[in-house]
Design a protein around this ligand. Structure first.
Ligand code: P6P
Length: 331
């Protein structure tokens, strides 16, 4: 039965705000601004094949990775949507080396936004789904404007987290601690419409594991034993897109086990704690799943630096717990 009513993200956010009498509307405005940035990025991503925006710039980002022009565009889109609003105390981004301060000419606010403006950018040129990941904290420092301390908070202190997946359709998925909600962009009217209310990882989940098996020889013996079990006696199938947002989006919708483990060349794995793993961990937990670094909840890890990496295991609760048992040598 088609949905009898159309709910825009604006209407949904206002309705959610009304559930909190103490709400000032600042948080609602902030999510509006992020949704605006998402529309702007979506417009560029979906026409990337049509204009000379493909291909790398000849610059490298802070991690020595070639920067795709869309990375730069997406980073600026997020910053420019947020920096003048008076809602944000400071920001941090995968594409920016240090803290992104709010310019003196703009008022500062109470929220901190950290983000990966375009995750999976190596997939841009081959038309594979990519995404934006964001996380919102409250400022904890005493000054008027935010500091590094405000960014280095554990995932348990996030007030909201979300991602945008630019795929066959553009979807914005977020949680503010009261469930996970998905909105699909209708480009003909430029509106995100509620399409996936109260998203929950299905039970029973699809038995699918998601990992880059090319690194098998770099893994610990316990990691090798786990994956060997999954693909033999465990009866699992395998899906790996190589785009974190797309792999997690599938895991949310179907269930499964996503892994990006530590290995002999990347002792902390590849994914970034602050603006990739922690926001996705909030979403996965709110959808009834589990998100761990192989030992403990990712949400409980306090970052020591902006671009810190973490081993990542996310998805159906039972599958992540199985992975943890193997990694502890107990399976
Ligand atoms: P690998 C994309 O470059 C990314 O940052 C994530 O989106 C993705 O999960 C991971 O790297 C893929 O890494 O080593 O499998 O190519």
């Amino acid at each position: 039965m088609p949905q009898s009513h159309v709910v825009t993200i604006s209407r949904f956010l206002v309705d959610q705000e009304h559930l909190h009498p103490e709400a000032t509307g600042a948080f609602t405005s902030l999510l509006h601004d992020i949704a605006l940035a998402a529309k702007i990025i979506s417009r560029e991503v979906t026409k990337a094949g049509l204009v000379d925006i493909l291909g790398g710039t000849d610059e490298e980002n802070v991690h020595g990775e070639q920067v795709q022009k869309l990375d730069v565009f997406a980073n600026l889109a997020m910053i420019r949507a947020l920096d003048h609003t008076g809602l944000v105390a400071c920001m941090a981004s995968e594409e920016s080396n240090g803290l992104i301060e709010i310019r003196k000419r703009f008022p500062a606010g109470d929220y901190v936004v950290v983000f990966d403006p375009l995750d999976g950018s190596s997939n841009i040129d081959v038309n594979v789904s990519i995404g934006t990941i964001w996380s919102i904290h409250r400022k904890v420092s005493k000054g008027e404007r935010g500091t590094l301390e405000d960014c280095l908070q554990p995932g348990t202190r996030q007030v909201a987290a979300g991602y945008v997946v630019y795929g066959s359709s553009t979807m914005l998925v977020y949680t503010s601690g009261a469930g996970v909600h998905g909105f699909t962009l209708d480009p003909s009217i430029g509106e995100f419409l509620l399409s996936h209310p109260q998203m929950r990882i299905p039970e029973p989940p699809k038995k699918v594991y998601s990992i880059n098996e090319a690194y098998y020889r770099r893994w610990s013996p316990e990691q090798q034993k786990l994956v060997t079990y999954l693909k033999t006696d465990g009866g699992f199938g395998s899906r790996y897109i190589g785009s974190f947002v797309a792999d997690i989006h599938r895991t949310l919708l179907q269930g499964g086990l996503f892994m990006y483990p530590a290995d002999s060349e990347s002792p902390k794995g590849k994914l970034r704690l602050l603006y990739e793993a922690a926001p996705m961990a909030m979403i996965v937990e709110q959808a009834g799943g589990r998100a761990s670094d192989g030992k403990r909840r990712i949400m409980e890890v306090t970052p020591e630096s902006l671009h810190q990496r973490t081993p990542t295991y996310m998805g159906s609760k039972g599958f992540v717990e199985l992975a943890e048992a193997y990694l502890a040598g107990k399976a």
